[in-house]
Design a protein around this ligand. Structure first.
Ligand code: NAD
Length: 364
């Protein structure tokens, strides 16, 4: 029994649709195990730009700072905001949250359900047994390095982005990966582009040094291009993958397809901030606002629901409750129910709300 404060930021597009189902699951777990989840909703993304002029307001940031965890949907995706020249971009909300809450470690587990092996475009015999965790650096690299701009010159426009890492930033994320691997199969693959990039050469040196402190954990290094190939060729070879921000962003979308759909993968963003219950974290599905299906009741809410399981496990230490959610999801998938993105011949296709209801029923 406990009381936990959660800031809920549904955002744009399918964000509110899938977060509604995740919140239903939280309520059900609360009732069943007598926990109080105090949820405060805030605006983020386009919704916040329209109402408050900012992708996330100072007041919403304060709400997040004062809570035990943040549950985030998705931002962006409405024509007019994409590629616009304005500095107020929906994605700024995510970057601000990650930076100011110091959430430098993004955990993205990929463990395809047995019943969904056929839903992937990869052969089931290649996929079977895949159980990997990508640990993506989240507050450095290209997405934050300065300068980052498009500028006018007499010869025409030019653009620059900067990939920048400090030894400290690399050390803490690699260390997080090694710590996590100790509860798994004790193998870390550090991914870089050390044949070309200076940031990657520093990354590899630091990874080697940290590895020396974990003699019980095996380390290997892969170039990011080789890693992207190996992920679809031999995914079972991986246990924990640790990599910088941009590489992690791209590799995890690829890895999502091992699980059948973007709609299946949750993520946790963690730092070092402690609350009364454990580690503060922000939890979000890896998918975006999916404007192509928003408002149609088709979105798969499973990534958002599994995100709640990660929150219970990593920020609240509620391992049994997290296991129960994951088992309920698996039960519904085993029973044959599919959302549109996982469509399989002969299996009933259900909408977002119905999938949420089936999982809630399985919890009870
Ligand atoms: P996306 O993840 O929104 O969608 C990619 C494809 O996957 C689409 O075809 C979509 O329909 C499908 N899909 C995604 N989630 C699904 C779900 N739960 N159920 C069923 N199908 C699902 O990526 P995108 O189209 O490249 O980006 C759309 C917008 O989202 C952009 O504005 C982008 O910047 C933003 N985005 C936001 C986040 C975030 O908020 N964390 C992450 C990625 C992209």
């Amino acid at each position: 029994m406990g009381t936990y404060t959660i800031t809920v930021l549904p955002g744009d597009g399918i964000g509110p649709e899938v977060i509604e189902q995740a919140v239903r699951v939280l309520h059900t777990i609360g009732e069943r195990y007598q926990h109080t989840f105090q949820m405060h909703h805030g605006l983020v993304g386009i919704a916040a730009i329209q109402a408050e002029g900012q992708a996330i307001s100072d007041a919403t940031m304060e709400l997040c700072q004062g809570s035990d965890a943040v549950l985030f949907g998705a931002v962006g995706g409405i024509a007019g905001y994409e590629g616009s020249k304005t500095q107020v971009r929906p994605e700024n909300a995510l970057l601000r949250l990650r930076k100011e809450l110091e959430l430098f470690a993004n955990l993205r587990p990929v463990r395809p359900f047995k019943a969904l092996l056929n839903a992937s475009t990869i052969k089931p015999e290649v996929l079977a047994g895949t159980d990997l965790l990508v640990v993506r650096e989240l507050t450095g690299g290209l997405y934050f390095g300065k300068p980052g701009e498009i500028r006018e010159t007499p010869q025409g426009r030019e653009a620059v982005d900067t990939m920048f890492y400090t030894e400290h930033e690399i050390d803490r994320i690699v260390r997080a990966a090694f710590d996590l691997s100790r509860n798994r199969r004790k193998k870390v693959t550090s991914v870089d582009k050390a044949n070309i990039l200076n940031t990657s050469r520093l990354w590899r040196q630091v990874a080697e040094r940290v590895a020396g402190e974990y003699p019980d954990v095996e380390i290997d290094h892969l170039l990011v291009d080789t890693c992207s190939m190996q992920l679809v060729r031999h995914p079972t070879a991986f246990d924990v993958i640790v990599t910088e921000n941009t590489f992690g962003d791209i590799l995890t979308d690829e890895a999502a397809m091992l699980a059948g759909s973007m709609g299946m993968l949750p993520s946790a963003s963690l730092g070092t901030r402690q609350t009364a219950h454990g580690l503060f974290g922000m939890y979000e599905p890896i998918h975006g606002s999916a404007p192509d299906i928003a408002g149609q009741g088709k979105a798969n809410p499973i990534a958002a629901i599994l995100t709640v399981a990660m929150m219970l496990r990593y920020s609240f230490g509620l391992h049994r409750e997290a296991d129960v959610i994951e088992a309920a999801v698996e039960q519904v998938i085993e029973a044959g129910y599919r959302t549109e993105d996982l469509k399989e011949a002969g299996k009933p296709v259900v909408g977002t709300q119905e999938m949420g209801r089936l999982i809630v029923d399985a919890l009870s």
